[in-house]
Design a binder for this molecule. Sequence first.
Ligand SMILES: [Zn+2]
Length: 349
Amino acid sequence: MLLLILRELFFSGSYLVVEKSYERPIFDMHCHTAGVGAGGSGCFVSKELKNNFRFKVYLKAFGVTLPEIEAKGDKVLLERLASHLKESRRVGAAIILAMDGVIDDRGNLDREKTEFFVPNEFVAKETSKYSNLYFGASVNPNRPDALDRLQWAKDNGALLIKWLPSIQYINPEEKSFEPFYRKLVELKLPLLTHAGQERSFTHARDELADPVRLKLPLSLGVKVIVAHAASTGQNEGEKDIDRLIGMLESYPNLYSDISSMTQINKPGYLRQALKEKRFKGKLLYGSDFPLINTAAVSPWYFPLNLTRAQMKSISAIDNPWDRDVALKEALGVSSEIFTKPQEFFGINW
Ligand SMILES: [Zn+2]
């Protein structure tokens, strides 16, 4: 009863005026896959993560079990992803992200420190089998052959390079990365990089995910997309999202995606991003699948913005992408944000 009264008092409705549903198929530029190495994929997850409750939650979100992966190979995750996506009424295709690991002082992959590894070769090969999946590569610039790897990624259809600096131990402001950044510009490969606090893994160096560290690639002309608008986390006593907003006017090549911004641990960030004028024309739709298909995201977490009928009807939507789009639409995400990835990556279908 008290809750109902409080809700009546504080109900504020959608973050922005809700538009009519966007009709054309949407391009999701931020989706993950994973793997345990089954079927010779080359993927691995650390023992720590495999035993962590999160790993089971992720697999469930894909609609697979560990025994099934072990029997059919890691490629079953992409097969499942492609078919869920095919069933979506709203989202037509998606970029699936590879994930490079930590590189040690001798330039080798540090398997001890890498929690989660998805090789480019695996994602390139598997995404090429499905018309609705696109390749998002990941190259740690600390690799001695990083430039060759960028070239390989481009030659094999990569649409972007993905980093998770806080868990790959990449410091974006490192001067020695300049050739890497120049190669990204030459190959017209945007950099999708995580900023803000990272809690999907068991440990992270959050200071590396400070958006201010991206000034070096930005000043060299790299198109940078900051994942989920740097929501959560802070550096030097300032919220990461505010540090990012402060840079938007100085760098026309700086963008952001709205993936995972409806998660329960990120209250208020989507509202801030949608209402912030400096983000206008800079936001791209992304889902962060499989996270959208876990208990971390639910319309029931927005009792002050959605009516009971909306929360009920959105949560009843079976397809994870359709549910994600419906939720974001009801919160006021504009058609401009849903169309942006297709235009940004020049995808025609
Ligand atoms: Zn993500």
